[in-house]
Structures are given as structure tokens and as C-alpha cells.
Design a protein around this ligand. Structure first.
Ligand code: ATP
Ligand code: MG
Length: 324
């Protein structure tokens, strides 16, 4: 059996959301759900729908919500050898409310649920054999110490397997203060072949007081690295170096976003990451892969539901062609 294209790990959740906007979560009103969710799982399902061979490591409870998530993963052909069913915990849940201004309100049942129990022991070494790329999310590392330790161990195993490393910082200050994230994320940033931060995250994590300076430092450390800065509806910026001969030069290319009507922003970053990695691993140059990623990100916001906007490769291709 050949190895996986992409492996990721993290919080396995279902999402239960308000049916109408402006229904605060501290008052009774209607919810709909459960919908399979959790950033690493949205990512992995999007990558699977694009045709990649993918697996995820995480934990669910022995309950209907866990079955809901596992059924979806099986339907999409995700390798679930690494998804553990824990009899003593219930599956993690994210309750989501939407406000008129587009912002969201959350109540997470994760840290004390199965999702909060991930540990390095859950990383089966066989998942890393022949692996092409490990994708790590900072939001997962920020959940608790066990998650960070799992990330560090996964990094070690992926490096020994000769896999590429991809890192999306996804800083969540409510989970981990930015200062702490800087220290905790350092090994992942150092190892990353692909970094997918927002501009804000790049400024927080990169050494240097401007975007340019931060990227220059990141590319000087590892000239073959690719930095893709996501910019919401505006698209993204791909930044690469010119190599060791010109260590201080940064090639920067702005890729405009696709015009769509945003219905639900959940999962845009995750679908973008998946689109970029699947194409980049298949041999596309970073700019071509970023155009594709923009399409995945844009499509993901057009429908309600965390995984509903993760489209297959035929849909994404048709969407790109219809906008040329
Ligand atoms: P999160 O981590 O919360 O999912 P993020 O800040 O990492 O979000 P965004 O920059 O919001 O990610 O979105 C990722 C990508 O998705 C963007 O770079 C863009 O390609 C696409 N995207 C997001 N929102 C829109 C939108 N409203 N219209 C078009 N494309 C969008
Ligand atoms: Mg993000």
C-alpha cells in the first residue's frame, strides 16, 4: 500500500447552529444539526473531495455524534485508522450563532470532550509510512498541552518519513495568548515548507515589523519555502524567495479572490489550505495552486454548513473556468 498524500490531526467536532441570524446563544431558540465539523476535519474532507489520499488523527465518543462524523469521513473516503472512539467521553460539539454583521458566536464543548483527549499515543506510526505531507493547524495546537505534544510528535514522525510540512497558524487568542503561540508554534514555523497565515498572523509570528520583513526572514531561513497569505474576499498573496543566490529578495504575487456572495464563512481557511496543498503536492507551481485554493475558499463560503461548501474537483474546475 502506498502512503497517504496528506495527514492531519486535531479536534473532531459536530456543529449545531442557529437556524436564524441574531439569535444569541444565551436564549432559547431553534438549532439545526449535527453537522460534521472541526477545522482539521473540514480540511481533510475538502482534500479528499479533490481526489487526494488523506487521513486524520482525532477522537470521538461512542455516540450518535461520533457516528455522524465518522459516517461522513467514510463517505468521503478519508482514512480513519487514526480516529479513535473513546468510550468514556462524548463527541465534541460547537454551537454557533450568526450575527447580522457577519460575525459569529460560539460555545465549544471540546476540551472536556473526546476532541480534547488527543495525545501523542494516538499517532500510529504506520500512518506516516510514505507520507507526502503533514498539515498542522495552530488552532489545534492551542487547545491544550496534549494537543501541542501530539503536534510535536507528529512533526518528528513526519520529518523522519521525509514528508513535507504545511502549517496554518490559525491563531485563536481565546485559546492561547499570541505571545505563547509565538513560542509554541516556533518548531512548526521553522519546519514548514508551506506556511498559510493571514496578514495579522504573519505579523504576530514573523520576526520583523512589516509583512515584507517578516516574510524576508522566513524565506532567508528556508529559501525553498512558500508563504501564502490569505486575505478573505480579496484572495491571497503568494510569496516565495529567489533561492540562496539572492537570499533577501521576495517574489510577491497578489491573486484576487473570486466574487461570491458569502453565506457562511466557516471553513474558508480550511478549504483554501486543502486546495493549495492538493495542487502543490500534485506539482502545480505555487501561483497556480493558489488560484485553485482561492476557488475552494470562495466556494466554501457560498453555502451554510461546515463541509457543504467543500466541493469536488469537477465543481472547482468548472467554477474556475466559468470565471476566466
Ligand atoms: P478561518 O481560519 O477563520 O477559516 P482565514 O482568515 O484563515 O479564516 P480567510 O482569509 O477568511 O481565511 O479565507 C481563506 C480564503 O478563502 C481566502 O484567501 C479566499 O481565497 C477565500 N475566501 C474567504 N472569504 C471569501 C469571500 N467572501 N469571497 C471570496 N473568497 C473568499
Ligand atoms: Mg485561518
Amino acid at each position: 500500500m502506498t502512503g497517504l498524500d496528506i495527514l492531519t490531526f486535531g479536534e473532531a467536532l459536530v456543529e449545531v447552529m442557529r437556524t436564524e441570524i441574531d439569535q444569541p446563544l444565551d436564549q432559547p431558540a431553534l438549532f439545526t444539526g449535527p453537522y460534521p465539523s472541526g477545522a482539521p476535519f473540514i480540511f481533510v474532507v475538502q482534500a479528499a473531495r479533490l481526489g487526494a489520499k488523506v487521513g486524520a488523527v482525532g477522537a470521538v465518543g461512542q455516540d450518535a455524534f461520533g457516528k455522524c462524523l465518522l459516517d461522513q469521513l467514510h463517505l468521503d473516503g478519508v482514512d480513519t485508522r487514526g480516529v479513535h472512539t473513546l468510550p468514556d467521553y462524548t463527541t465534541g460539539v460547537a454551537f454557533v450563532g450568526y450575527r447580522q454583521d457577519g460575525s459569529r458566536e460560539f460555545v465549544f464543548h471540546a476540551r472536556h470532550a473526546a476532541a480534547g483527549q488527543i495525545s501523542p499515543q494516538m499517532l500510529d506510526e504506520s500512518l506516516f509510512e510514505g507520507l507526502k505531507c503533514l498539515h498542522v493547524m495552530g488552532s489545534t495546537l492551542s487547545m491544550h498541552e496534549g494537543a501541542l505534544q501530539t503536534g510535536l510528535r507528529a512533526l518528528e514522525l513526519a520529518k523522519s518519513a521525509g514528508a513535507k510540512i504545511s502549517f496554518d497558524p490559525n491563531i485563536r487568542p481565546q485559546l492561547m495568548p499570541a505571545e505563547r503561540a509565538r513560542t509554541a508554534f516556533a518548531p512548526f514555523i521553522q519546519a514548514a515548507d508551506v506556511l498559510i497565515p493571514s496578514a495579522e498572523e504573519l505579523l504576530l509570528l514573523g520576526e520583523g515589523d512589516s509583512l515584507e520583513a517578516a516574510v524576508r526572514n522566513l524565506l532567508r531561513d528556508k529559501p525553498e519555502r512558500v508563504v501564502v497569505v490569505t486575505q478573505g474576499a480579496d484572495g491571497c498573496v503568494v510569496m516565495t524567495g529567489e533561492g540562496r543566490a539572492k537570499p533577501d529578495s521576495v517574489l510577491s504575487r497578489m491573486i484576487p479572490g473570486y466574487p461570491v456572495i458569502e453565506v457562511d464563512p466557516t471553513g474558508a481557511g480550511d478549504c483554501f489550505d486543502a486546495g493549495f496543498l492538493v495542487r502543490w503536492l500534485a506539482g502545480d507551481d505555487p501561483v497556480t495552486a493558489a488560484v485553485y485554493a482561492n476557488a475552494c475558499g470562495a466556494l466554501s463560503v457560498t453555502v451554510k454548513g461546515p463541509m457543504a461548501g467543500a466541493r469536488n474537483r469537477i465543481d472547482v474546475q468548472a467554477f474556475i473556468e466559468s470565471h476566466q
